[in-house]
Design a binder for this molecule. Structure first.
Ligand SMILES: *Cc1c(COP(=O)(O)O)cnc(C)c1O
Length: 387
């Protein structure tokens, strides 16, 4: 079966097959008929559910569907994207280890790597996303993992997954990829050699701004190790959020197709605008890594970035002039969202620090929604006239 069909049709086996949609299993624990069955479950001789911190039918349905979409053997779902990322670090890194990470990564991931991992003796080197050939010089005998996002947030740099995977294999490192921006509809990192794939399900996977969630996917042996860590430390996804996310996945492909076509339309229409220095979108021919994007992505995703000529003040004016787009910290929603990192999420950084992570004063990030593409463009054009 095609991965999309499999993801839509997959449900967890259960005794009562009356419901067409998977019912909710809002229960913290599960009962056993007798002491023998219970002993066998605890001895890992069966796959029976024991306790929802370990497993739950709704959570398993979400995991199975994500495995189908990403071409993964196994997965573990978590309460948020950040808990997935943190669990992957805590499971596979130990005191004395070194992590190689691309410099432009999600803000909270940056905080975990720079502020918290050093507390446990785990060091890191940040490398330039655009140039994988420059990474090898940072690898030490203690390096254990390469961590990356592609496309990066918010710079939309594209990292060559095949090259990163070849480097990881050569040095026996785990390649850990945050695939949040692309979604498995646009890009399947495991096909290019990634060992672990992470998602913030909060973004495009739900796509409707309702729940937080995360997931880590990969080979069975790796996920088993991760599962044992998570089952004892408790970052597990709630059954209700898993139920929501499984329903969301049934429309993921149709939503992403439209998000991406709206985004490409917007990027093409804005390119060359008099008030902008540049427009960036992975599948715009002017993107510096356009060739790599074409090789590893089947669509460019739903995020478009551009730089206002007027800098910080222009950014504020632009946001204030928007009449339809939402101003909110999220992305990956049916409704289009505009954000200006320099005056909001990254306002505490100095200009030099912002530039180092690819955030210039005039950078605007648009999470392109499912409204009619002409309405999205019209709102942005009228706001550009006022800044
Ligand atoms: C939002 C986001 C995360 C964190 O996910 P949460 O669900 O908010 O914890 C991680 N990586 C990327 C690329 C994100 O956009």
């Amino acid at each position: 079966m095609h991965p999309i069909s499999k993801a839509i049709r997959t449900q967890v086996d259960r005794t009562n097959e009356m419901e067409h949609s998977q019912p909710l299993f809002l229960t913290s624990s599960f009962c056993f008929d007798n002491a023998d069955d219970m002993r066998a479950a605890f001895a890992d001789e069966t796959e029976d559910n024991i306790y929802s911190r370990f497993s739950n039918p709704n959570v398993q349905e979400f995991v199975d569907r994500m495995c189908a979409l990403e071409g993964a053997e196994a997965g573990f779902a978590t309460a948020s994207g950040m808990s997935a990322i943190f669990a992957s670090f805590m499971t596979f890194l130990k005191q004395g280890d070194h992590l190689l990470s691309c410099r432009s990564i999600f803000g909270s991931t940056h905080t975990v790597i720079t502020k918290y991992l050093p507390k446990y003796g785990i060091s890191h080197s940040y490398v330039d996303a655009a140039d994988v050939s420059s990474w090898e010089q940072y690898i030490t005998p203690n390096t254990k993992m390469i961590y990356l996002e592609t496309p990066t947030n918010p710079g939309l740099d594209i990292i060559d997954l095949k090259a990163a995977s070849a480097l990881a294999k050569k040095h026996g490192l785990l390649l850990n990829v945050d695939n949040c921006f692309a979604t498995p509809i646009a890009q399947r990192p495991i096909d290019f050699g990634a060992d672990l794939v992470i998602h913030s399900a909060t973004k495009w996977l739900d796509g409707q701004g309702r729940v937080l969630g995360g997931i880590i996917l990969g080979k069975k042996e790796l996920i088993q190790e991760l599962y044992l860590f998570c089952r004892s430390t408790g970052p597990s996804l709630s059954p209700f959020n898993a139920w929501i996310l499984s329903r969301s996945l049934e429309t993921l492909e149709v939503r992403m197709d439209r998000h991406a076509s709206n985004a490409l339309f917007l990027a093409e229409a804005l390119e060359g605008h008099a008030r902008l220095n540049w427009v960036k979108y992975p599948l715009l021919a002017s993107h510096p890594q356009y060739a790599i994007a074409c090789e590893q992505m089947t669509n460019g995703g739903g995020v478009v970035c551009f730089e206002l000529k007027g800098g910080i003040e222009s950014g504020r004016k632009f946001l204030n002039a928007l009449t339809m787009l939402s101003l909110t910290a999220n992305l990956g929603d049916t409704r289009s969202i505009a954000s200006h990192p320099a005056s909001t999420t990254h306002a505490k950084l100095s200009e030099a620090e912002r530039n180092a992570v690819g955030i210039s004063a005039g950078l605007i990030r648009i999470s392109v929604g499912l409204e009619n593409k002409k309405d999205i463009l019209a709102d942005i054009l009228q706001a550009l006239d006022k800044c």
